[in-house]
Structures are given as structure tokens and as C-alpha cells.
Design a protein around this ligand. Structure first.
Ligand code: CA
Length: 229
């Protein structure tokens, strides 16, 4: 099960705060609350919630100032902000690039609408998250950006082909990769007679990985290779 997403609600009107809190808790979100701007910003910075529901008019520091502060800080700039506004407030400015709110809802709103909006934004941000550039396997650390590999902090030098083979096997650990699949994924093509190439590179890869990890790359006779889970 994935960890519950945390939502920070910053709203000075107690009734509205409780209404939102109640509905989002019912949806299994984990909730943080603040009733003034300064406390809200402090919670955002220290707790790094997954999403912030931010009232525009707040005592202490208003929603726009908080939003600007969040979007200026690299730690919090990627947290989606949903602004709550009263009718007649300047919606255009709120969602403008300058202020950086990701969405807004005009009061009075239905809690159901708010919940749907929150889910949609979380989904959108999830999809936009940059792909993981580092993968680990036991004590192996692999940096996909720089093509570097370490075993317990000691770097080992692999050729690009060996590197790609290792990544392909680890990313599919527990599953057999046929020689054709490996040729296709690592070399980008496959044709008869080149299956032996895979064996040669696997042999060199095992030598470089050393005893412990050489065994992690299993030969599946007549088929291909598999990285142990
Ligand atoms: Ca208010």
C-alpha cells in the first residue's frame, strides 16, 4: 500500500477548515491545518505536504504572499497549491504565472468538487514527476544520468554496453530476459548470430562486478539471463 498523501489546509474560518478536513480525511488523506498565514507557511516548509489548500484572505500573511514564497523556494516550488477564493476576488491574478497557484476554487464550493479537484491535481503532479535517475540493488548504486556504478561506495568502471546490460537486468529483476530481448534493449537491434555477443558482455560484466554480484546475474540455460531478486 502506498503512503497516504498529506494535505495542508490553511484557512482561518474554522467552519470551512473543519468541513474540508472532514471530507479529505474520509478520503484517507493525512491532514495538517493552520489558521493563519505564518503558521501555514511554516508547516509547508517543514512538513513538505503533497498538496496545499490555501485560503486567499488570511490573517498574518495572505494567500498570495504565501504562494509566492512557496514558489520561490526550491524545496517547496513543486508542491501544488489550490487557492480558495471568495466570489469577486481576482481569479486571473491568482492562477497567473506570476503567483503560481496551480488551481483555485471559488467559495462557496461543494466538498465533493474540492475532493475531485485535489485528486486530479495530485494525479497530474504524479505524472509530471521526473523519472528516478538513481537505482539501487543490494549494495549497488547506479546513476542512470552519469552512467556510473558503485558497490559500497567503490566505483566500478563499466563500458556503456555493460552498463546498459546491468540496468536492464536489474530493472527486470526476477524475470528472465532472453538474449534477443537484451540485444533489442541494449544494442537496439537484434539479428541472428549475435546472441553470442550477449554472452561475452555478460561474462565481462560478471568479472567486473566481482564474486558477490557475479552470482546475482544467473544464466537461464537455453534462454537468457536473470537478475536474482
Ligand atoms: Ca479567509
Amino acid at each position: 500500500m502506498t503512503k497516504a498523501k498529506t494535505i495542508l489546509i490553511v484557512e482561518d474560518e474554522t467552519d470551512i477548515l473543519h468541513l474540508i478536513e472532514w471530507h479529505l480525511r474520509a478520503e484517507a488523506f493525512s491532514i495538517l491545518t493552520a489558521q493563519n498565514g505564518i503558521k501555514g507557511l511554516e508547516l509547508a516548509m517543514t512538513q513538505l505536504p503533497d498538496l496545499i489548500i490555501l485560503d486567499l484572505m488570511l490573517p498574518g500573511m495572505d494567500g498570495l504572499e504565501i504562494c509566492k514564497a512557496l514558489k520561490r523556494n526550491p524545496k517547496t516550488e513543486n508542491i501544488p497549491v489550490v487557492m480558495l477564493t471568495a466570489k469577486g476576488e481576482e481569479v486571473d491574478r491568482i492562477v497567473g504565472l506570476e503567483l503560481g497557484a496551480d488551481d483555485y476554487i471559488v467559495k462557496p464550493f461543494s466538498p465533493r468538487e474540492l475532493t475531485l479537484r485535489v485528486r486530479a491535481i495530485l494525479r497530474r503532479f504524479e505524472a509530471e514527476k521526473p523519472e528516478e535517475t538513481k537505482i539501487t540493488y543490494k549494495d549497488l548504486l547506479i546513476d542512470l544520468d552519469s552512467y556510473r556504478v558503485w558497490i559500497e561506495k567503490n566505483e566500478i568502471t563499466l563500458t556503456v554496453t555493460e552498463f546498459k546490460l546491468l540496468v536492464e537486468l536489474i530493472q527486470n529483476k526476477g524475470r528472465v530476459r532472453t538474449r534477443d530481448q537484451l540485444l533489442d534493449r541494449v544494442w537496439g537491434y537484434q539479428f541472428d548470430g549475435y546472441a553470442r555477443t550477449v554472452d561475452t558482455h555478460i561474462r565481462r560484466l560478471r568479472q567486473k562486478l566481482g564474486e558477490e554480484y557475479a552470482d546475482a546475474v544467473e544464466t537461464v540455460r537455453g534462454i537468457g539471463y536473470r537478475c536474482k531478486e
